[in-house]
Design a protein around this ligand. Structure first.
Ligand SMILES: *Cc1c(COP(=O)(O)O)cnc(C)c1O
Length: 385
């Protein structure tokens, strides 16, 4: 498969793809006060500030327990370890996601087994799953891609009938819901990331696990700290993967704004829909879908078009930044060549990787900026006619 062409012309950008400077301007005082108090206490690993954040996140997700860790990638690995997935096991997941999803499966010694996606939602297609289940299958790992919850009713039904665990990769979907159940509270364990570009982003790496199972929660708390409950006594082989107190302090400040920021993202998504409709472009450009009973949190606003690379180039020349999530599905990545998949195995994931384009979406994006983005795409289509 061809590597994705990068835009040839690098024009000065009119605005960034994600404007974290603008966000910081709104919360500067609160963040600085929170940081100061951590330095006054000089406790930098776990501690009461992390516990408070864990309680707040558990409440937001609607789970009994939340356990902080060092990153979303570690959350995935810890979740697999806590439910006992290891060497020789298989885990079913999507090939159209960030590397960490399937990478975490390989990291614990298990084998990622890919299933194709639904071309409208980009989430894994549960219809194809059952045929892939073997005696080695231990878990299903759906991703709530771009902020839209995967079809959890179908996934949990298949999991239940084959006695499999469900681990949710909710890295992009904090606060997203389906039938009033939040991402991360539906399966056995939910995994969150606080990478700066996520809807709730820290000042560095951070992650969180959510579960309603007290035994799993207990194991997760040990596994993130070398597998020990009592200092220098080890019940499991774990990781060093704790949430920094500084990150927790910053994330607690930002958490207070999350609902308002999510609503702002959704309003920008609505604005894009209106602008694309007014421009008469909804035939040539596929917009993100929000199925009934779903609450999309738009970590990304991803459009789909056959002219993806040309439009991207055109926008870049106009100073408008875009991104491609994801240019090469995981089953075709060199790092997974040992799994022996080939081009054509997952046609929906492969064509999505050639046609998707993420447009800027963040709470501070202005309507004028959105008009300039849709205007530039409209110009591209006019010029082609
Ligand atoms: C960001 C992300 C991760 C990994 O999170 P990190 O905190 O960067 O390790 C995992 N899965 C998905 C789908 C992500 O978007």
């Amino acid at each position: 498969m061809n590597p994705v062409a990068q835009p040839q012309t690098q024009q000065k950008q009119l605005f960034p793809f994600l404007d974290l400077h603008a966000q910081f301007e709104g919360i500067r005082e609160e963040v600085m006060l929170a940081l100061q108090s951590v330095f006054e206490n000089q406790q930098f690993i776990l501690g009461p500030e992390v516990q408070r954040f864990e309680r707040e996140l558990a409440e937001l997700v609607g789970c009994r327990f939340a356990i902080g860790c060092a990153s979303g990638s570690d959350a995935l690995a810890l979740a697999l370890m806590a439910i006992g997935v290891g060497v020789g096991d298989e885990v079913i997941t999507t090939p159209f996601t960030f590397i960490a999803t399937a990478g975490s499966i390989a990291r614990v010694g298990a084998r990622p087994v890919f299933v194709d996606i639904n071309p409208d939602t980009y989430n894994l297609d549960p219809k194809e799953m059952e045929a892939l289940i073997t005696s080695r299958t231990k878990a299903i790992l759906p991703v709530h891609l771009f902020g839209l919850v995967a079809p959890m009713d179908e996934i949990t039904a298949v999991a239940r009938s084959h006695d499999l665990a469900v681990i949710e990769d909710a890295a992009q979907a904090i606060g997203a819901t389906h039938d009033h159940r939040s991402a991360g509270s539906i399966g056995n364990v939910g995994c969150f990331s606080f990478f700066p570009s996520k809807n709730l982003g820290g000042a560095g790496d951070g992650g969180m696990l959510s579960t309603n199972d007290s035994e799993v929660a207990d194991r997760l708390r040990m596994l993130r700290a070398h597998g020990s409950r009592t200092k220098y006594h080890y019940e499991y082989l774990g990781l060093n993967s704790r949430l920094d107190t500084l990150q927790a302090a910053i994330l607690r400040v930002k958490l207070r704004h999350l609902v308002e920021w999510t609503l702002a993202r959704r309003r920008r998504a609505d604005c894009y829909r209106l602008l694309f409709t007014q421009a008469g472009l909804t035939e040539s450009i596929q917009l993100p879908v929000e199925p009934p009973h779903c609450w999309h949190v738009y970590n990304q606003f991803v459009i789909r078009t056959r002219h993806r690379d040309q439009i991207r180039e055109h926008l870049s020349r106009a100073g408008i930044p875009t991104e491609i999530y994801y240019p090469l599905p995981l089953h075709l990545q060199p790092a997974f060549s040992y799994l022996e998949y080939k081009a054509g195995d997952f046609p929906h994931a492969e064509s999505a990787s050639r046609e998707v384009l993420a447009l800027p979406i963040f709470p501070e994006l202005t309507e004028a900026q959105q008009q300039s983005i849709v205007g530039a795409i409209t110009d591209f289509h006019r010029a082609k006619e």
